[in-house]
Write a protein that binds this ligand. Structure first.
Ligand code: SAM
Length: 294
Protein backbone atom coordinates (compact mmCIF):
# COMPACT_ATOMS: atom_id res chain seq x y z
CA UNK A 1 0.00 0.00 0.00
CA UNK A 2 1.60 3.33 -1.00
CA UNK A 3 1.85 5.74 1.90
CA UNK A 4 0.05 8.98 1.13
CA UNK A 5 2.49 11.83 0.62
CA UNK A 6 1.82 14.47 3.26
CA UNK A 7 0.91 17.73 1.57
CA UNK A 8 1.93 19.69 4.61
CA UNK A 9 4.13 19.36 7.65
CA UNK A 10 3.19 21.89 10.35
CA UNK A 11 6.08 24.33 10.95
CA UNK A 12 7.99 23.09 7.88
CA UNK A 13 8.11 24.00 4.18
CA UNK A 14 7.52 20.68 2.43
CA UNK A 15 8.71 20.70 -1.17
CA UNK A 16 6.59 18.38 -3.31
CA UNK A 17 8.20 18.88 -6.71
CA UNK A 18 8.51 15.10 -7.16
CA UNK A 19 5.74 12.53 -6.69
CA UNK A 20 7.61 10.27 -4.31
CA UNK A 21 10.52 12.30 -2.99
CA UNK A 22 10.33 15.48 -0.95
CA UNK A 23 12.56 17.75 1.08
CA UNK A 24 11.44 19.73 4.12
CA UNK A 25 12.94 22.91 5.56
CA UNK A 26 12.01 24.02 9.05
CA UNK A 27 10.30 27.42 9.12
CA UNK A 28 11.82 29.39 11.97
CA UNK A 29 10.02 32.61 11.03
CA UNK A 30 7.54 33.09 8.17
CA UNK A 31 8.24 36.55 6.72
CA UNK A 32 5.93 36.60 3.70
CA UNK A 33 3.24 34.38 2.23
CA UNK A 34 1.05 35.58 -0.62
CA UNK A 35 -0.42 34.63 -3.97
CA UNK A 36 0.29 36.70 -7.04
CA UNK A 37 -1.62 36.14 -10.29
CA UNK A 38 1.13 33.70 -11.26
CA UNK A 39 2.25 31.77 -8.18
CA UNK A 40 2.38 31.52 -4.40
CA UNK A 41 5.40 33.30 -2.93
CA UNK A 42 6.74 32.47 0.52
CA UNK A 43 9.82 33.71 2.33
CA UNK A 44 10.92 32.28 5.62
CA UNK A 45 14.04 31.91 7.73
CA UNK A 46 15.77 28.60 8.33
CA UNK A 47 18.76 28.07 10.64
CA UNK A 48 20.78 26.27 7.96
CA UNK A 49 19.91 28.17 4.76
CA UNK A 50 19.13 31.63 6.12
CA UNK A 51 16.30 33.36 4.27
CA UNK A 52 14.55 31.03 1.80
CA UNK A 53 12.12 31.83 -1.01
CA UNK A 54 9.73 29.26 -2.44
CA UNK A 55 7.40 29.63 -5.40
CA UNK A 56 4.46 27.24 -5.38
CA UNK A 57 6.25 25.37 -2.58
CA UNK A 58 9.48 24.79 -4.54
CA UNK A 59 12.76 26.22 -3.23
CA UNK A 60 13.94 28.98 -5.60
CA UNK A 61 16.77 30.65 -3.75
CA UNK A 62 18.37 30.60 -0.33
CA UNK A 63 20.60 33.17 1.32
CA UNK A 64 23.30 30.61 2.13
CA UNK A 65 23.77 28.59 -1.06
CA UNK A 66 22.57 30.79 -3.95
CA UNK A 67 26.14 31.79 -4.79
CA UNK A 68 26.82 28.37 -6.33
CA UNK A 69 23.90 28.49 -8.77
CA UNK A 70 24.27 32.17 -9.70
CA UNK A 71 28.05 32.04 -10.16
CA UNK A 72 27.94 28.94 -12.37
CA UNK A 73 25.16 30.23 -14.65
CA UNK A 74 26.94 33.56 -15.22
CA UNK A 75 30.74 33.35 -15.00
CA UNK A 76 30.93 30.14 -17.05
CA UNK A 77 29.34 31.55 -20.26
CA UNK A 78 30.67 35.10 -19.73
CA UNK A 79 34.33 34.12 -19.22
CA UNK A 80 34.15 31.41 -21.89
CA UNK A 81 32.80 33.90 -24.44
CA UNK A 82 35.42 36.50 -23.52
CA UNK A 83 33.81 39.68 -24.86
CA UNK A 84 30.25 39.85 -23.54
CA UNK A 85 28.52 43.23 -23.82
CA UNK A 86 24.79 42.39 -23.78
CA UNK A 87 23.10 39.77 -21.58
CA UNK A 88 19.48 38.60 -21.42
CA UNK A 89 18.13 36.96 -18.25
CA UNK A 90 14.79 35.20 -18.52
CA UNK A 91 13.25 34.94 -15.05
CA UNK A 92 15.68 35.75 -12.27
CA UNK A 93 13.20 37.77 -10.23
CA UNK A 94 15.23 37.49 -7.02
CA UNK A 95 18.04 39.51 -8.63
CA UNK A 96 20.83 37.03 -7.85
CA UNK A 97 21.61 36.33 -11.50
CA UNK A 98 21.74 40.03 -12.34
CA UNK A 99 24.02 40.56 -9.31
CA UNK A 100 26.63 38.18 -10.67
CA UNK A 101 26.35 39.31 -14.32
CA UNK A 102 26.84 42.95 -13.33
CA UNK A 103 30.12 42.16 -11.59
CA UNK A 104 31.64 42.07 -15.11
CA UNK A 105 32.51 45.69 -15.75
CA UNK A 106 32.70 45.41 -19.56
CA UNK A 107 29.07 44.33 -19.77
CA UNK A 108 27.08 47.27 -21.08
CA UNK A 109 23.48 46.10 -20.85
CA UNK A 110 21.54 43.43 -18.95
CA UNK A 111 17.87 42.90 -19.84
CA UNK A 112 15.91 40.87 -17.27
CA UNK A 113 12.50 39.58 -18.39
CA UNK A 114 10.50 38.48 -15.34
CA UNK A 115 6.82 37.46 -15.57
CA UNK A 116 5.93 38.32 -11.98
CA UNK A 117 6.60 41.83 -10.68
CA UNK A 118 5.61 40.51 -7.24
CA UNK A 119 8.76 38.40 -7.10
CA UNK A 120 10.96 41.43 -7.76
CA UNK A 121 9.06 43.66 -5.34
CA UNK A 122 9.26 41.31 -2.40
CA UNK A 123 12.78 40.11 -3.23
CA UNK A 124 13.95 43.73 -2.97
CA UNK A 125 12.19 43.98 0.39
CA UNK A 126 12.73 40.57 2.01
CA UNK A 127 15.84 39.26 0.20
CA UNK A 128 17.97 42.35 -0.47
CA UNK A 129 21.15 40.35 0.07
CA UNK A 130 20.35 38.27 -3.02
CA UNK A 131 20.18 41.18 -5.51
CA UNK A 132 22.76 43.17 -3.47
CA UNK A 133 22.04 46.43 -5.31
CA UNK A 134 21.64 44.94 -8.80
CA UNK A 135 18.23 46.53 -9.28
CA UNK A 136 19.82 49.97 -8.87
CA UNK A 137 22.52 49.39 -11.49
CA UNK A 138 21.87 51.67 -14.49
CA UNK A 139 22.94 48.86 -16.86
CA UNK A 140 19.97 46.72 -15.77
CA UNK A 141 16.69 47.00 -17.66
CA UNK A 142 13.79 45.07 -16.06
CA UNK A 143 10.94 44.01 -18.35
CA UNK A 144 7.81 42.52 -16.77
CA UNK A 145 6.63 40.00 -19.36
CA UNK A 146 6.40 36.33 -20.20
CA UNK A 147 9.86 35.34 -21.39
CA UNK A 148 8.32 33.18 -24.09
CA UNK A 149 6.52 36.22 -25.49
CA UNK A 150 9.53 38.51 -25.22
CA UNK A 151 11.89 36.10 -26.98
CA UNK A 152 9.56 35.83 -29.98
CA UNK A 153 9.77 39.54 -30.78
CA UNK A 154 13.11 40.77 -29.44
CA UNK A 155 15.63 42.06 -31.96
CA UNK A 156 18.15 40.04 -29.94
CA UNK A 157 21.89 40.13 -30.53
CA UNK A 158 22.61 39.03 -26.97
CA UNK A 159 26.04 37.58 -26.26
CA UNK A 160 24.70 35.46 -23.38
CA UNK A 161 21.11 34.41 -22.66
CA UNK A 162 20.49 32.90 -19.21
CA UNK A 163 17.24 31.07 -18.51
CA UNK A 164 16.82 31.39 -14.75
CA UNK A 165 13.29 30.08 -14.55
CA UNK A 166 11.22 27.99 -12.22
CA UNK A 167 10.82 24.32 -13.08
CA UNK A 168 8.64 23.36 -16.06
CA UNK A 169 5.44 23.69 -14.05
CA UNK A 170 3.15 26.70 -14.04
CA UNK A 171 4.53 29.84 -15.73
CA UNK A 172 7.94 28.26 -16.26
CA UNK A 173 6.65 25.47 -18.51
CA UNK A 174 6.84 27.56 -21.73
CA UNK A 175 10.55 28.13 -21.16
CA UNK A 176 11.34 24.48 -21.76
CA UNK A 177 9.86 24.23 -25.28
CA UNK A 178 11.52 23.83 -28.67
CA UNK A 179 9.77 26.99 -29.83
CA UNK A 180 11.29 29.01 -26.99
CA UNK A 181 14.77 27.60 -27.60
CA UNK A 182 14.47 28.29 -31.33
CA UNK A 183 13.68 31.95 -30.73
CA UNK A 184 16.42 32.15 -28.10
CA UNK A 185 18.97 30.78 -30.59
CA UNK A 186 17.90 33.46 -33.08
CA UNK A 187 18.26 36.16 -30.40
CA UNK A 188 21.93 35.29 -29.82
CA UNK A 189 24.83 37.15 -31.41
CA UNK A 190 27.09 35.13 -33.73
CA UNK A 191 29.23 33.58 -30.97
CA UNK A 192 26.50 33.93 -28.33
CA UNK A 193 25.86 31.32 -25.64
CA UNK A 194 22.52 30.10 -24.26
CA UNK A 195 22.57 28.55 -20.77
CA UNK A 196 19.59 27.13 -18.91
CA UNK A 197 18.53 25.99 -15.46
CA UNK A 198 17.83 22.34 -16.27
CA UNK A 199 16.97 20.72 -12.95
CA UNK A 200 18.57 17.80 -11.12
CA UNK A 201 19.16 15.04 -13.71
CA UNK A 202 18.93 12.23 -11.14
CA UNK A 203 15.28 13.24 -10.59
CA UNK A 204 14.46 15.34 -13.70
CA UNK A 205 16.39 13.54 -16.45
CA UNK A 206 13.58 13.90 -18.99
CA UNK A 207 13.81 17.71 -18.77
CA UNK A 208 17.52 17.61 -19.62
CA UNK A 209 16.99 15.16 -22.47
CA UNK A 210 14.25 17.36 -23.92
CA UNK A 211 16.38 20.49 -23.75
CA UNK A 212 19.40 18.72 -25.25
CA UNK A 213 17.32 17.29 -28.08
CA UNK A 214 16.23 20.84 -28.94
CA UNK A 215 19.78 22.20 -28.58
CA UNK A 216 21.18 19.49 -30.87
CA UNK A 217 18.99 20.83 -33.69
CA UNK A 218 19.94 24.46 -33.02
CA UNK A 219 23.62 24.55 -32.07
CA UNK A 220 26.95 23.18 -33.25
CA UNK A 221 28.06 22.85 -29.60
CA UNK A 222 25.47 21.56 -27.16
CA UNK A 223 25.93 19.85 -23.81
CA UNK A 224 25.37 20.53 -20.14
CA UNK A 225 27.56 21.19 -17.14
CA UNK A 226 27.03 20.46 -13.45
CA UNK A 227 27.18 21.96 -10.00
CA UNK A 228 25.70 20.75 -6.75
CA UNK A 229 23.42 23.22 -5.00
CA UNK A 230 22.44 21.83 -1.57
CA UNK A 231 18.90 23.26 -1.55
CA UNK A 232 18.11 21.80 -5.01
CA UNK A 233 17.69 18.30 -3.61
CA UNK A 234 18.64 15.13 -5.44
CA UNK A 235 22.24 15.57 -6.50
CA UNK A 236 24.09 17.74 -9.03
CA UNK A 237 22.04 20.28 -11.02
CA UNK A 238 22.44 20.46 -14.81
CA UNK A 239 22.90 23.67 -16.75
CA UNK A 240 22.12 23.44 -20.46
CA UNK A 241 24.77 24.91 -22.79
CA UNK A 242 24.22 25.77 -26.46
CA UNK A 243 26.23 27.88 -28.89
CA UNK A 244 27.33 28.11 -32.54
CA UNK A 245 30.61 29.62 -31.40
CA UNK A 246 33.72 28.04 -29.89
CA UNK A 247 33.46 29.36 -26.33
CA UNK A 248 33.89 25.90 -24.85
CA UNK A 249 37.28 25.52 -26.54
CA UNK A 250 38.92 28.41 -24.70
CA UNK A 251 42.37 27.21 -23.50
CA UNK A 252 42.70 26.89 -19.69
CA UNK A 253 45.50 29.51 -19.58
CA UNK A 254 43.30 32.03 -21.44
CA UNK A 255 40.35 31.29 -19.15
CA UNK A 256 42.57 31.85 -16.12
CA UNK A 257 43.83 35.15 -17.66
CA UNK A 258 40.27 36.35 -18.28
CA UNK A 259 39.22 35.35 -14.76
CA UNK A 260 42.08 37.30 -13.16
CA UNK A 261 41.50 40.30 -15.41
CA UNK A 262 37.81 40.36 -14.45
CA UNK A 263 38.63 41.17 -10.84
CA UNK A 264 35.69 39.09 -9.58
CA UNK A 265 36.13 37.12 -6.34
CA UNK A 266 33.62 34.24 -6.45
CA UNK A 267 32.97 31.80 -3.63
CA UNK A 268 32.44 28.77 -5.88
CA UNK A 269 33.65 29.52 -9.43
CA UNK A 270 37.27 29.03 -10.46
CA UNK A 271 38.59 28.42 -14.00
CA UNK A 272 39.42 24.86 -12.96
CA UNK A 273 35.89 24.27 -11.58
CA UNK A 274 34.58 25.74 -14.84
CA UNK A 275 36.47 23.18 -16.93
CA UNK A 276 35.65 20.28 -14.62
CA UNK A 277 31.92 21.11 -14.60
CA UNK A 278 31.66 19.93 -18.21
CA UNK A 279 33.03 16.47 -17.35
CA UNK A 280 29.86 14.40 -17.07
CA UNK A 281 29.28 11.16 -15.14
CA UNK A 282 27.85 8.30 -17.21
CA UNK A 283 24.26 8.61 -16.00
CA UNK A 284 24.14 12.26 -17.10
CA UNK A 285 25.97 11.75 -20.40
CA UNK A 286 23.46 9.04 -21.31
CA UNK A 287 20.66 11.62 -20.97
CA UNK A 288 22.14 13.72 -23.79
CA UNK A 289 20.98 12.33 -27.15
CA UNK A 290 23.86 12.00 -29.60
CA UNK A 291 26.42 13.82 -27.49
CA UNK A 292 29.80 12.74 -28.79
CA UNK A 293 28.32 11.16 -31.97
CA UNK A 294 29.56 13.97 -34.23
N1 SAM B 1 17.00 29.39 -9.00
C1 SAM B 1 15.62 29.02 -9.30
C2 SAM B 1 15.58 27.63 -9.90
O1 SAM B 1 16.62 27.12 -10.28
O2 SAM B 1 14.46 27.06 -9.95
C3 SAM B 1 14.98 30.05 -10.17
C4 SAM B 1 14.76 31.29 -9.37
S1 SAM B 1 13.95 32.65 -10.12
C5 SAM B 1 13.10 33.23 -8.74
C6 SAM B 1 12.69 31.92 -11.12
C7 SAM B 1 11.89 33.03 -11.75
O3 SAM B 1 11.33 32.62 -12.99
C8 SAM B 1 10.69 33.49 -10.90
O4 SAM B 1 10.88 34.84 -10.52
C9 SAM B 1 9.48 33.34 -11.83
O5 SAM B 1 8.50 34.33 -11.64
C10 SAM B 1 10.15 33.43 -13.18
N2 SAM B 1 9.38 32.88 -14.31
C11 SAM B 1 8.68 31.73 -14.35
N3 SAM B 1 8.10 31.58 -15.56
C12 SAM B 1 8.46 32.67 -16.31
C13 SAM B 1 8.19 33.11 -17.65
N4 SAM B 1 7.41 32.37 -18.47
N5 SAM B 1 8.73 34.26 -18.08
C14 SAM B 1 9.53 35.01 -17.25
N6 SAM B 1 9.81 34.67 -15.97
C15 SAM B 1 9.28 33.50 -15.51
Amino acid sequence: MSALRPDSLPGWSLETLHPDYAQALKIDELLYDSETEHQRIRVFTNATFGRVMTLDGVVQVTERDNFIYHEMLTHVPILAHGDVRRVLIIGGGDGGMAREVLRHRRIEQVVMVEIDAGVIDFSRRYLPMISDGAFDDPRLEVVIADGAEFIRTTAGDFDVIIVDSTDPIGPGEVLFTESFYGHAARALSERGVLVTQNGVPFLQGDELTGTMRAFRALFSDWTCYLATVPSYAGGPMAFGWGTNGNARAVPPAELRRRFEASGIEPLYYTPEVHAAAFVLPGYVARLIPGAGDD
